[in-house]
Design a protein around this ligand. Sequence first.
Ligand code: FBP
Length: 339
Amino acid sequence: MNAPTSLPPYAIPAPVGTTLEAHILAGMRGSPGATGEFTSLLNNISLAVRIIHARVRQAGLAGMLGLTGETNVQGEQVQKLDTYANDVMCTMLERSLRCSLLASEELDEVRALSESGKYVVVFDPLDGSSNIDVNVTIGTIFAVLRAEGDPHRAALQPGSKIVAAGYAVYGSSTALVLTTGHGVHEFQLDPTCGEFFLSRSNVKCPKKGSLYSVNEGNYARWSDGVKKWVDWMKSEDKAAGLPYGQRYVGSLVADAHRTLLKGGIFAYPADSKNPGGKLRLLYEANPMAFIFEHAGGVATTGVGRILDIVPTSLHQRTPLVLGSVDDVAAYQRFVREDR
Ligand code: FBP
């Protein structure tokens, strides 16, 4: 009996989307001298994200909510999911044998791995910890650098040296946004088969948006320039498209992801409580800055380019302003008055 020529209507629809691995491999084919080590490192990171995704989705049932009772190097109370996500990232990076050194928000010091590893990975295993217990979007943020120079200081390279950066958003769906310096691409996790499929390629941050995102609870602690900026954002000015709408989730990944796709501005300025800023340079600001710049957006301290900062310590903080070219330029005009 011959095979049926056309599949019955309830058969599996084809064609299947582009997987993350196929997308990375296609990118590597274009790179002379590519050895596949970079691809396998990124595959290990995406597997870590899928394992963390699975635990996040069942956290409330698996006793994974709440605190461990420990305090991390940031002085923050550690959530059980922080520790779990950190363990998963460390294990997958170690197993990759491609990583000579890692640095994590949850580890006091860098961790040396395989000497033959060509890459350094810096990461925030679980971003938005304050939102874990209330079922609000959280994420994982990472950046990859080449293991150059003094092995112990290889994590302290400026963001301009990054070769790949990405973040995962554990929200209504799980998405992974990634750039290896050739455009910014978004992948959605299909939980039915546990695979990431390309959902948006060559993401561009719009030149101007209509949303601003900042924790206004810090208003009293801000400089005059920042206060004037936020007051202006809320003022009535049809020509300038004001007032803007306000959105603030309190998870960098969520606020940045919305800003990347819809445009507008996210800001975590320095203030009298955090004079150096709150967010961490190496594994929060730098990866986001690399992604925004490759999507045609901007990432600044308000005064200078985030990716130009030469890090001096592992957990140093920085003011961070991300977003559309026009909206960040407006912010900078206001804070310039502070100087
Ligand atoms: P972690 O949760 O990884 O420590 O990140 C810090 C963070 O939660 C960011 O995700 C977020 O943008 C910011 O802090 C929120 O701070 P605040 O509660 O002061 O607005």
